[in-house]
Design a protein around this ligand. Structure first.
Ligand code: TRP
Ligand code: SF4
Length: 405
């Protein structure tokens, strides 16, 4: 039995405070959060400890961007009454669970997470051969498991972290969740299959539970199905024992893959702070216009009378995000026939971005004018998050035999 079938779904996601948020965050993450908060119980947090794993040499950017980031969330429509908003480092249970999980997590599981080597390659200028950096996917597991979250909205690059979380949860439940009586009964049942089969069963079970080996699980199921000499009850016991069968203290979460198309930036590459091609969430209308007006276009259009090819133009990519079919046809035809100029072509994009940003900018004002309001929202979110996290830690300590007081 899976705990997630017993409890309503709970969504958790975190974001690193690494500077001003831009349209890429809005289309890639925040719009999704806004929608999820109406469907599920949601926990959204500022992953400040995560930011430290890469930015430990100059942590000022973290403190500098936290409040602006929260304002950006609220401005985008993330809602304090629908979601709990908090800061990771203000819920120390994340750290305690991270520590406890570190005891049972094989080093190889962390070394094999693809982002470990990738990020070290990408951020060559920083020394990421640290204990904290190796362990950061496990910190993420603790973030997720401390709330018994069942759904985690993430991009493709983070799916491996959810997979790790599932394996860690499974190992935890395997080590600390089984009920002595149940295990004994299952052991006795296994022996009834004969020495050789019992040994095989236990080996396959171990491979599935400790390493997440699904082939082993399938083989074990086949083995059980082929047994003629065991009772139905014993068979059910052995099936249950195979997949855990004991108590599920930490439920296995699922990745909720965000299928947001990559938001194109001002230069046609993915919008990202490191490329300097962003439009901020609270960008002023004049600044939006200026940025779009100075965007590069198809280099073939030197003069107004030179026809162009939208496929070679980053503005065209923004039309894909913002324009109706009608406007897209107008732009493509006008470009290919030199019927319109690039400035003309850019205007509907400018208008659409400003239309999107106007309510965001307005909502932000309420919070920039009132910093205490933001502090209070976070204080309340931290408290609510802590209540849940403390409950989980009580159970975890007890399961691990740490409840001597
Ligand atoms: N690791 C994520 C990132 O770098 C942020 C994050 C931390 C997170 N903890 C999380 C996301 C838990 C989802 C769930 O973007
Ligand atoms: Fe790009 Fe539009 Fe100019 Fe064509 S007309 S090059 S699509 S900006």
């Amino acid at each position: 039995m899976n705990a997630s079938t017993l409890q309503p779904n709970r969504v958790l996601s975190g974001m690193r405070p690494t500077g001003q948020l831009h349209l890429g965050h809005y289309h890639g993450v925040l719009k999704n959060w806004v929608q999820l908060q109406h469907e599920y119980e949601c926990f959204f947090f500022v992953a400040d400890w995560h930011a430290l794993t890469t930015d430990y040499e100059d942590p000022r950017i973290i403190a500098d961007s936290i409040w602006d980031m929260v304002i950006d969330w609220l401005a985008a429509g993330v809602n304090r009454s629908s979601a709990k908003l908090f800061i990771q480092s203000r819920v120390p249970e994340h750290a305690e669970l991270h520590l406890l999980l570190s005891m049972i997590t094989p080093l190889g599981w962390l070394e094999r997470v693809p982002t470990y080597k990738d990020q070290q390659e990408r951020l060559k200028e920083r020394d990421l051969a640290t204990y904290g950096f190796l362990g950061y996917p496990l910190l993420q597991s603790a973030d997720i498991l401390v709330y018994k979250s069942t759904l985690v909205p993430v991009g493709e690059d983070q799916v491996a972290h959810i997979e790790l979380t599932r394996e860690v949860a499974r190992r935890f439940n395997h080590l600390y969740g089984s009920e002595a009586d149940f295990a004994e009964k299952a052991d006795a049942a296994a022996k009834k299959m004969g020495k050789k089969n019992a040994k095989l069963y236990n080996e396959l079970r171990r491979r599935f539970q400790e390493q997440g080996d699904h082939e082993a699980l399938e083989t074990a199921r086949e083995l059980l199905k082929s047994q003629q000499n065991i009772t139905r009850i014993d068979r059910e016991r052995l099936f249950g024992y195979l997949e855990g069968g004991g108590k599920i203290i930490l439920p296995e979460p699922q990745a909720l893959l965000t299928v947001a198309a990559k938001m194109p930036g001002l230069d046609g590459q993915k919008m990202s702070k490191s490329y300097g091609n962003t439009i901020a969430l609270r960008e002023e209308p004049e600044s939006v216009a200026k940025k779009v007006k100075t965007m590069p276009t198809d280099p073939a259009r030197v003069r107004r009378s030179d026809p162009g090819d939208p496929a070679k133009c980053p503005v065209w990519q923004l039309h894909q995000v913002y324009s109706t079919d009608e406007i897209k046809t107008w732009a493509a035809n006008g470009c290919q026939t030199a019927g319109i100029g690039c400035i003309e072509c850019k205007q509907p994009v400018i208008d659409a971005i400003n239309e999107e940003l106007t309510p965001i900018r307005e909502r932000a004002l309420e919070f920039t004018d009132n910093p205490n309001l933001v502090r209070n929202i976070i204080a309340e979110g931290c408290e609510e998050a802590r209540d849940v996290a403390q409950e989980t830690l009580e159970e975890v300590r007890q399961a691990m035999g740490l409840s001597y007081r």
